[in-house]
Design a protein around this ligand. Structure first.
Ligand SMILES: [Mn+2]
Length: 362
């Protein structure tokens, strides 16, 4: 019996409004994935309204991670879930920890245990509220090296990578955001790949048992961009087969993938179709970032769902044939030339995805 994935929609922190919940529902979403870290805090109006995506800001990063703990409380999460449910939407996942909450987990620093304790509390809060998935991206440099341009069909603005930035990261910045005022002189010492895997293991050994008890899945995003090094720091899942290494490192049914088709296609090696089949069959997909891209690291551009290197129709067929009934969201899309560039780009992707989910031929 073919499964039918659920159509989801991603919303950034500054977009958590009743109008956007209605928009998601109107575009066919049944589920929502929410980012609670505010990536746009340094932008002033009106840029803040226009710039709906994660900002592209060279090697200065996205801005300050505010470390606000209140948005991770049971009260806040419960209210958010209630607001979404009133619009007919389920809160499926929260995406990304606040860099200010786990910089020493990523860096192996002195506050690591204290920070892991707070992350465990966050996971327990999600469990208490009934939010099934916490997406995370275990990365020192985070989403750095992006450029923006008219890369998609018809000159639609999107993001991409044209050469990887390996300038060192100033101390005080991690995951492309600052948690304290960066020191211009001192930089984050480069780790080795083994050190990064050891830090991941330390983290997973402590949080996965908590996640299992809380009934929450931890879903790992692959590296974006998936280069071996970014900002001089090693990456974790920059080849498709490294997902297997991650699942073998600490085995738990609560450990899954935040399966980003764009980042996976950008990788230099591997086969995205066999990986999709393998992880779907093994029930290792927490939710899917359903997007397309042209090129591979270190040179690629994000494009519309129907024009890139990935045959997304084939991906949907594989997901459905292998029992995936979880959530697929557009992640990001090119922006369209009109009064609502972000929303129209999203609506285009949502319509395409909706048709694939309903297609009786798949
Ligand atoms: Mn993604």
């Amino acid at each position: 019996m073919k499964s039918r994935p659920r159509l989801g929609f991603g919303l950034y922190r500054h977009m958590l409004t009743p109008e956007n919940y209605q928009f998601a529902r109107q575009a066919g979403a049944t589920d929502v994935v929410v980012h609670l870290v505010d990536y746009t805090g340094q932008l002033q109006a009106p840029d803040r309204r226009q710039e709906h995506d994660q900002p592209v800001n060279g090697n200065a990063g996205w801005g300050r991670a505010d470390g606000d703990r209140s948005v991770w409380s049971v009260d806040f999460l419960q209210a958010l879930k209630g607001d979404l449910e009133r619009q007919g939407l389920r809160l499926h996942a929260i995406e990304n920890f606040d860099p200010a909450h786990w910089y020493d987990v990523l860096l192996g620093g002195p506050k690591r245990d204290e920070q892991i304790q707070w992350l465990c509390q966050i996971i327990e809060n999600l469990g208490a509220v009934g939010i099934p998935v916490m997406g995370y991206n275990f990365s020192i440099a985070g989403v750095a090296s992006r450029v923006q341009g008219p890369f998609a069909r018809g000159g639609a603005r999107s993001v991409g990578v044209d050469g990887v930035d390996n300038t060192p990261i100033p101390m005080g910045m991690v995951w492309n955001m600052t948690y304290q005022t960066p020191d211009g002189e001192v930089t984050v010492p480069p780790a080795t790949h083994q050190e990064l895997w050891d830090r991941l293991q330390y983290f997973l050994e402590r949080v996965l048992p908590v996640a299992e008890r809380a009934g929450v899945v931890l879903a790992a995003h692959p590296d974006d961009p998936p280069a071996e090094f970014v900002r001089g720091q090693p990456r974790l899942v920059y080849q498709p087969e490294l997902y297997h290494k991650l699942f073998d490192l600490v085995d738990s049914p609560a450990s899954k993938a935040e399966f980003c088709l764009g980042s996976l296609q950008e990788m230099q090696g591997g086969d995205i179709y066999s990986l999709t089949e393998d992880l779907a069959r093994r029930d290792r997909i927490g939710y899917v970032h359903f997007r397309n891209v042209v090129g591979k690291v270190p040179n690629y551009h994000e494009v519309f769902v129907d024009e890139g290197d990935v045959d997304l129709r084939r991906i949907m067929k594989i997901l459905r044939a292998n029992g995936f009934s979880g959530v697929v969201i557009p992640d990001h899309t090119p922006q369209m030339t009109c009064d609502a560039p972000w929303h129209s780009g999203m609506a285009f992707a949502m319509g395409y995805m909706s048709a694939l989910i309903a297609d009786p031929q798949l």
